[in-house]
Design a protein around this ligand. Structure first.
Ligand code: MG
Ligand code: MG
Length: 275
């Protein structure tokens, strides 16, 4: 990540929001097609068509040679899973990460779905990871630092004895998909890069039910937990503002679909620990 994120104007941030909203609507299309027996390749096709039909380009396809529009990471896969023709088993979880480029600006967001009946302990992991994202976003405020975001995420995850992945981090986003600063999901209060009004960052906790260690599969992409424990991932694209962060991506469309289809999802029973 050589380049550093621009401080975007309100007009430019509006374009990042448009790209990010298309990501949210694309993930909602994925939600509509998600069921035990579906393949991640099918979901990838749905996503790519939806993105192109709405004037965007899939940001991940061809990025450093990545072959698909979605990253689909099942169970102990943390991130960067490559869509394939293996049917999703009942009871698995799948983290779906999606990026869109439109009008010269990128949006990036990820959501972890429960496929069929998912173990309560795994539901808890998903819920806490989602809460970690919300807690991190509270610190995407002018004058705070990347370490304040990381600290909030790490504290909540570790209070549940979950492992916080260190090797992969959030990032600046805007005219490029990945730029500095790195936004780690761990850190120390008051440390790291100072956040300024108009910076746009992707905050994306990756939380393991077991230890924090991960490794990469021989496909050169897929990251899995070292101890084979399940891992969850939620991501929003967020504008740093004065006083309160502005979330540019949305899970609203996804949640509408999941509610309509009676599928379990995070958020409905949120209990974020006191700060
Ligand atoms: Mg992403
Ligand atoms: Mg990202």
């Amino acid at each position: 990540m050589a380049k550093t994120v621009d401080h975007l104007s309100d007009e430019q941030i509006a374009l990042v929001r448009e790209s990010s909203l298309l990501v949210g609507r694309t993930l909602a299309e994925v939600a509509r097609h998600l069921r035990p027996g579906a393949t991640t390749e099918e979901l990838d096709k749905v996503a790519e068509e939806h993105i192109r039909d709405h004037g965007g380009e899939p940001a991940f396809k061809g990025y450093n040679g990545f072959p698909a529009s979605l990253c689909t990471s099942v169970n102990d896969q943390v991130v960067h899973g490559i869509p394939n023709d293996v049917p999703l088993p009942d009871g698995c979880i799948v983290s779906v990460d999606c990026g869109v480029r439109m009008n010269g600006f990128y949006g990036d967001s990820a959501y972890t779905f429960a496929v069929g009946e998912v173990d309560e302990r795994v539901q808890r992991l998903m819920q806490v990871t989602y809460e970690c994202l919300l807690l991190g976003i509270e610190h995407a405020v002018d004058g705070e630092r990347t370490g304040d975001i990381g600290f909030a995420i790490q504290r909540h995850a570790e209070s549940h004895r979950y492992g916080v992945v260190r090797e992969l981090v959030g990032h600046g986003v805007g005219r490029e998909l990945h730029v500095a600063p790195e936004v780690p999901n761990y850190g120390r209060r008051g440390h790291g890069v100072k956040l300024k009004e108009g910076m746009v960052i992707a905050i994306e906790p990756m939380i393991n039910m077991g230890g924090r260690d991960v490794r990469q599969l021989e496909d050169g992409w897929t990251i899995i937990t070292h101890d084979a424990s399940p891992s969850a991932h939620f991501e929003h694209t967020v504008a740093v503002r004065t006083g309160k962060a502005e979330v540019l991506s949305t899970f609203g469309h996804i949640e509408d679909v999941l509610r309509e289809r009676n599928m379990w999802h995070v958020g409905s029973n949120a209990e974020v620990a006191p700060r």
